[in-house]
Design a binder for this molecule. Structure first.
Ligand SMILES: [Fe+2]
Ligand SMILES: [Fe+2]
Length: 470
């Protein structure tokens, strides 16, 4: 007997009601997921009513239904974007052939690895953010945190669906492992380093959603190009949710900047010590947080030269984000100049795809910076926020461990070590930021280090009680 009411509890468009194999796999996994959520998800808010967006279908009406929900009752669903009729493979050596509805045997283990690596990041971020609710700067922000958390939970479901539906017993085992690894765990850490970094304050959370969720966007965009159609459709739908996560990051940092500018004006100074004494985040400190999270997220794209990425592209498994914007989709004849520690190097473009993705990612990161810098300029300050160079503080690829400053200049090792605490948050900086983190839960009130948002969620006022704490 099944304990799950499929159509009601698990909204889906994969015909779960009549798929016995999938039901059996989920019956086993779903209780483990709920247990994981209870133990590793947001701590202590299980009884709160949260104003959340739930996807109940993929059309315009159904993908964003709002209402008060207790998080453990959230309806984590399984959705694939609508099938594109006669979709053809859009890149690689099999370009122009029909996409695959089942996985060709020779690509099985590679696709499984790609899906597991993506899937691992989703619960990891929920774990990283587990304690943030206790120091929320407002109920509005608390709600946004929880929205991000339940959607990352749903993204885990999306990847687990693919593992259950297309990978048999191996897939079921991988799905269990996704709940067994934990962020920062000494014995069983998450697969990627950035997802083992603690996110213990809200400034880090906003940087994480700005930079690391944006890496997620780029990974999902490249998997959305895949010749394996169910993966493509799953990722296309996830992207609709991912946009909100980056919105949380961009507006979060924007509101920190706004508040800091107010304090600078009020005190008539840009002296960091005075701004800190007033309980706000000075701009140089914010810059350090940007340097840290941007450089950490740049590593997620992998090595500059990668034969794995070349093979994934040639085989049609993983394309470039927005593949159709490019002219050449096969890349057998093209090469590209890469900046390497030994000097510039001409590399076959197929092998440089990680770098191409990293470049377009950084361009996307610039958008928020322009907006924040405009606000800083309007306030009459000459300070400008910047992104660190791609070679700064890398731990993966050709630049791993190379002493490079945030502007991209190679410098001596000793100078690098000495300067590093002025480029990324020092222990004292982190302690100061932690000292600002106090829970503010009066509807409409904001912590002193962040300005209120311009508007509320789903046309509700900022003062709305987005989380009813019990
Ligand atoms: Fe996600
Ligand atoms: Fe996300």
């Amino acid at each position: 007997m099944s304990g799950i009411n499929y159509s009601d509890k698990i909204p889906n468009n994969v015909n779960l009601v009549s798929d016995r194999t999938l039901q059996r796999a989920l019956e086993h996994w779903q209780p483990h997921f709920l247990q994981w959520w209870h133990e590793m998800g947001p701590s202590d808010f299980e009884a709160s009513d949260v104003y959340l967006r739930t996807a109940v279908s993929v059309d315009a009406q159904g993908w964003a239904q709002y209402g008060a929900v207790k998080m453990p009752d959230y309806r984590w669903g399984i959705f694939l974007a609508d099938q594109v009729p006669d979709r053809k493979i859009g890149f690689g050596d099999q370009m122009g052939q029909p996409v695959w509805q089942q996985i060709p045997g020779e690509y099985r283990s590679t696709l499984r690895r790609l899906i597991v690596t993506q899937g691992d990041t989703e619960p990891a971020s929920v774990e990283q953010q587990r304690l943030l609710g206790h120091t929320c700067p407002s109920l509005y922000d608390l709600r946004n945190l929880f929205q991000v958390n339940v959607e990352e939970g749903r993204h885990l479901w999306a990847m687990v669906y693919l593992l259950h539906a297309y990978f048999g017993r191996d897939g079921r085992e991988e799905a269990e492992e996704l709940l067994a690894r934990h962020s920062g765990d000494a014995d069983k850490p998450r697969i990627l380093t950035t997802f083992n970094e603690p996110v213990t304050d809200w400034l880090s959370f906003f940087c994480f959603t700005y930079f690391t969720d944006r890496d997620g966007k780029y990974q999902l965009k490249s998997l959305a190009e895949s010749a394996f159609d169910p993966l493509s459709r799953t990722c296309r739908f996830m992207l609709t949710e991912e946009a909100h996560h980056m919105f949380v990051g961009e507006t979060g940092i924007g509101r920190v900047v706004k508040r800091t500018l107010e304090v600078m004006k009020e005190l008539g100074t840009d002296d960091p010590a005075k701004i800190r004494a007033h309980g706000a985040v000075d701009l140089p400190l914010l810059q350090k947080y940007l340097n840290f999270w941007c450089s950490s997220s740049l590593d997620l794209f992998g090595s500059e030269i990668s034969s794995n990425s070349a093979a994934n592209f040639a085989h049609g498994l993983k394309g470039r984000p927005d593949e159709s914007q490019y002219e050449d989709h096969v890349l057998r004849e093209k090469s590209m100049k890469l900046r390497m520690p030994e000097g510039d190097q001409e590399v076959p473009m197929l092998n440089a795809l990680n770098e191409i993705m990293r470049e377009s990612y950084l361009k996307d990161c610039e958008i928020g910076l322009k907006r924040w810098n405009r606000a800083i300029e309007r306030a009459g300050s000459s300070f400008r926020l910047t992104l660190p160079a791609m070679q700064f503080r890398r731990s993966i690829g050709a630049w791993a461990g190379q002493p490079v400053d945030p502007a991209g200049n190679r410098i001596g090792k000793e100078m690098f070590e000495n300067q590093l605490p002025s480029w990324i948050p020092s222990e004292a900086d982190r302690a100061f930021v932690r000292s600002l983190m106090h829970k503010v839960i009066e509807p409409g009130k904001m912590a002193g280090w962040i300005a209120p948002p311009e508007r509320g969620i789903n046309n509700l006022p900022v003062e709305y009680e987005y989380v009813k704490l019990h």
